[in-house]
Design a protein around this ligand. Structure first.
Ligand code: HEM
Ligand code: HEM
Length: 235
C-alpha cells in the first residue's frame, strides 16, 4: 500500500474513533476504555509516520528562519501530545472495567479527563485546519465533479458544518467539559464519583447512536478546522 494511502486511512480511522469516544455509552464502557487505549496507540503510529518532521522541526525550533506556520504546527502537535497523555493517565485512574485496581483522587482525575478531552477537540480541529488543503487534495482527487458543481457542493458542506458545529458547541456536553475547571459542582465533587460498573447496561452497537455521536463531536472539531483554515487564508 502506498504511504499516502496508509496515512489517509489511518487519519480516517483516528477521526471516527476519536469522535466516538465522546460518550461513554457510544458502544460500551469496555469499548471506550480499550478502544481509547488502542486509539492512543494509533496516535503513536501517526507520530512515528511523521517522525522525520518532528525531528527536523524540533531541532530548528529556535532558528529565526523557520516559518511561523511550522512553529504553530509544532506547538499544536506538542499540546496534542500532552492532552492525550493526560487523557490516557486520567482514563486509567478512573477506569470502571479494565484497570479497576488503580485508584486515586477520582474527582480530580475525572475533571482532568473531561477537560483534556474537550481541549483535544479544539486542538484536533486546529490540527486538521492546518492540513486542510492536504486532506482536500485527497477528496478532490477521488471525487471528480465539474468545477462549478464541486464549488457549490463544497460551499454548501462548509455552511452546513458551520451551523451544526456552532449548534453542537453550545448544546452538547462539550461546553460543560471545557468549563470543568471553573464549575462549582466539579470543585464540590458532585456527580464525580467513580461508580464502578455504572453505565454498563447498554452493551450493543447501535449504528444510529454511533453515527449521531460521531457527527455531533465531528461537527465541533470541523468548526475549529474551518475557522483555522479561514484565519490562515487571511493572514
Ligand atoms: C482518546 C481517548 C479518550 C477520550 C477522548 C475520552 C473522553 C471521555 C469523555 C468525553 C467522557 C465523558 C463521556 C460521557 O459523559 O458520556 C469519558 C468518560 C470516561 N472515560 Fe474516557 N476518553 C478516552 C479514553 C479513555 C481511556 C483510555 C479510559 C480508561 C482506560 C477512559 C475511561 C473513562 C471512564 C471510566 C469514563 C466514565 C467516567 C464516569 O462517568 O464515571 N477513557 N471519556
Ligand atoms: C483525529 C486525529 C488526527 C488526524 C485526522 C490527523 C491528521 C494529520 C494530517 C492530515 C497530517 C499531515 C499529513 C500527514 O503527514 O499525515 C498530520 C500530521 C501530523 N500529525 Fe496529525 N492528526 C491527528 C492526530 C494527531 C495527534 C493526536 C498528534 C500528536 C499527538 C498528531 C501529530 C502530528 C504530527 C507531529 C504531524 C506532522 C507534522 C505536521 O504536519 O503537523 N496528529 N496529521
Amino acid at each position: 500500500m502506498k504511504k499516502n494511502r496508509f496515512k489517509l486511512i489511518l487519519d480516517i480511522i483516528m477521526m471516527v474513533m476519536l469522535f466516538s469516544m465522546y460518550n461513554k455509552k457510544t458502544v460500551s464502557m469496555e469499548y471506550h476504555e480499550i478502544g481509547g487505549l488502542f486509539l492512543i496507540g494509533l496516535f503513536l503510529i501517526h507520530n512515528i509516520v511523521n517522525w522525520a518532521w518532528i525531528k527536523n522541526i524540533s531541532l530548528r525550533l529556535t532558528d529565526k528562519k523557520l516559518p511561523t506556520r511550522s512553529k504553530i504546527c509544532w506547538i499544536i502537535n506538542f499540546l496534542l501530545l500532552v492532552s492525550f497523555i493526560l487523557i490516557a493517565i486520567s482514563g486509567i485512574m478512573i477506569s470502571k472495567t479494565v484497570l479497576i485496581n488503580i485508584t486515586g483522587d477520582i474527582v480530580l482525575w475525572k475533571s482532568i479527563h473531561y477537560f483534556a478531552s474537550a481541549l483535544a477537540i479544539i486542538l484536533i480541529g486546529i490540527h486538521i485546519g492546518l492540513h486542510w488543503n492536504y486532506l482536500k487534495g485527497f477528496v478532490t482527487k477521488k471525487v471528480k465533479l465539474p468545477a462549478k458543481i464541486g464549488k457549490i457542493l463544497g460551499a454548501a458542506l462548509i455552511a452546513f458544518l458551520l451551523v451544526t458545529g456552532v449548534y453542537n458547541t453550545i448544546n452538547s456536553d462539550f461546553s460543560h467539559w471545557i468549563a470543568t475547571p471553573f464549575e462549582d459542582n466539579i470543585k464540590e465533587g458532585k456527580g464525580l464519583r467513580r461508580g464502578l460498573n455504572a453505565g454498563l447496561e447498554e452493551e450493543t452497537l447501535d449504528p444510529g447512536k454511533f453515527s449521531d455521536i460521531v457527527l455531533t463531536y465531528g461537527s465541533i472539531t470541523l468548526l475549529f478546522a474551518i475557522l483555522t483554515k479561514e484565519i490562515e487564508k487571511r493572514t
